[in-house]
Write a new protein. Structure first.
Length: 256
């Protein structure tokens, strides 16, 4: 299915060039997808979008309007990006899922990221040029952000999952990293599958057995290029964890 876009519910309309979402990158957004005809964890995505808008002092329409517009247009196995701009506009972009991105290894490099900014990491904002430039300069796809004490926060597009001695470890969500919907789903899936987990600080230089990124579009993907983990493919725990995530997705999207 071809890509489609809507502004304030109207198809094929562009965003005015004087909207601060365009001139300043002052936006909040969410990316979600459907599995078959059903969106995965839609409520979590919409609630996070409204929370991000509040953190960024952006106007947000009612949740039910966002939900209705999305469900009216979302097709089977599609990606949806909903963007709220500082000019008070809502943008819906839809397109097909790229299966090649799921589980594909992602080359990364570390990147220092300050945590004393006016907008903390719990807001999913559109001002991402810094991360894109840092990744391009390092010759990688994503940068893994860490604070001044060397503790991993997240990556530029994903949350971070590590495996240490058979235990799935992920950094805490304490305001300086995004509370990822896929991250929460992975923790739920691990619990259902009996895979042990811990939420604790993860130093960027700490050696780990397996290292992954998780997000809506990649699900779970091995990290390549970080000195802390020489493995460049799925390990045994990661394979089991990804299988558990897919089983959870199937249960939730095919129920009812």
């Amino acid at each position: 299915m071809a890509a489609r876009s809507f502004v304030d519910g109207v198809p094929g309309v562009g965003l005015p060039v004087d909207d601060p979402g365009f001139t300043l990158g002052w936006t909040a957004f969410e990316t979600l997808r459907s599995y078959g005809p059903r969106p995965f964890r839609l409520d979590a995505h919409l609630q996070r979008l409204v929370g991000s808008a509040a953190s960024l002092l952006l106007p947000a329409p009612p949740l039910e309007l966002l939900r209705a517009e999305l469900l009216a247009e979302l097709g089977a196995d599609e990606v949806a990006r909903i963007t709220l701009t500082a000019g008070g506009r809502r943008v819906l972009e839809l397109g097909p899922v790229d299966p090649a991105r799921i589980g594909r290894p992602v080359r990364c490099a570390p990147c220092l990221w300050p945590t004393d900014l006016p907008v903390r990491g719990q807001a999913k904002h559109g001002a991402r040029a810094f991360w894109a430039v840092a990744a391009r300069r390092a010759g990688v796809e994503e940068v893994i952000l860490h604070d001044r004490d060397g503790r991993i926060l997240e990556s530029s597009r994903s949350n971070v999952i590590a495996v240490l001695e058979g235990v799935v470890v992920t950094p805490p969500i304490d305001g300086d990293a995004l509370d990822g919907v896929t991250r929460r789903a992975i923790l739920d899936a691990a619990e259902a599958a009996g895979i042990p987990t811990r939420i604790e600080a993860l130093p960027v230089a700490r050696p780990v057995d397996e290292l992954y990124l998780c997000s809506t579009l990649k699900e779970l993907a091995p990290v390549v290029g970080m000195p802390s983990c020489p493995r460049e493919a799925f390990g045994p725990v990661g394979e089991r964890l990804h299988d558990a995530l897919r089983a959870l997705i199937t249960r939730e999207t095919q129920a009812g």
